[in-house]
Design a protein around this ligand. Sequence first.
Ligand SMILES: *Cc1c(COP(=O)(O)O)cnc(C)c1O
Length: 398
Amino acid sequence: MKTKDFIELEEKYGAHNYHPLDVVVTKAEGVWVTDVEGKKYLDCLAAYSAVNQGHCHPKIMQAFTEQAGKVTLTSRAFRNDQLPLLYKDLHDLTGYDVALPMNSGAEAVETAVKAARKWGYKVKGIPENKAEIICAENNFHGRTVTIVSFSTEAQYKDGFGPMTPGFPIVKYGDIEDLKSKINSNTAAFLVEPIQGEAGIVVPPAGYLKEVEKICKENNVLFICDEIQSGLGRSGKLFAFEYEKVRPDMVIIGKALSGGFYPVSAVLSSKEILGVFKPGDHGSTFGGNPLAAAVARASLKVLGEEKLIERSFEMGNYFIEKSRTIKSKHLVEVRGKGLWIGFVLDTKARPYCEKLMDEGILCKETHDNVIRFAPPLVITKEEIDWAFERIEKVVKALD
Ligand SMILES: *Cc1c(COP(=O)(O)O)cnc(C)c1O
């Protein structure tokens, strides 16, 4: 079968909720993916940062296959011998007391929302059904009905009502707006430390520090969604570290499994996650031994291969180089670590299609931003290789 045949099948029998680039990937290793025609591409999306460790990392694969041969799923009705070890690793790595494992990122966000609401009622003493969780404009936290209820993207909500109430919106990066929306019923502020889907938007310096202060003063939980920004993508373990803050809750996913398996988690204190009592919340697959083994191996690879430091260094190199490109449509190059947005004054999709022809896979975000987020194992030579092609495409479309 050829590219065209796979696409035909997919279009005929699949729901059309995506508009992928027309490349049909059949295998991948490290930063490189190969399509069914045998053409190789440098992956500059890394599955929205789920494969920070590189595709099919041999050490994660080993943990995956070994565990798959032993036991994959017990459900949380019984205990397993992998989950406790993951809990310990997460605690040692992040310093947070406890974790609650889920599968997809959206489920972990839902979990954080439920924890914050319950904390609001049981600990803060908010009157029943009055809890508010403030969210930021242009956020992306996933696709469930409750999560799209606090999206400000019209398309994400259109036709999916009625929406879940209780989520006031503030301008991202605007501390005065946050102050004005906090009241005695505010349980939490949920925010991405860098907005990925919005186009790699870095908030003004000092913003998160101020957020932390305002939240503390008002007994409001400060929740960071680090599903995409976390685990090395931004050049730090967590993007919030750039401002030396300590959120009350942190949500992780994506690279927690190195792309092998959906694994997500909420990290927090004993007091906050302690609001959940047996039976309050759960997931059949959440915390399963295969997920736990894969997550442990994925975290280990980040450390052993110094991928976080590498993201910081290579990211700076990539950003500085990119800022030398002279083009009339390239308005700004921004980002942190290996998470880089090219802001254009025109549609980004044609650039992504041209880059694909040149052997680079990336995806536009918010219409006019090209996002570059390669696996963190990328070498300087590979960045140079990519840069040559990126510069050529950007200039050709002038
Ligand atoms: C991808 C993403 C999510 C949702 O994760 P899924 O695994 O797709 O449900 C939530 N928040 C952020 C910041 C993300 O990038």
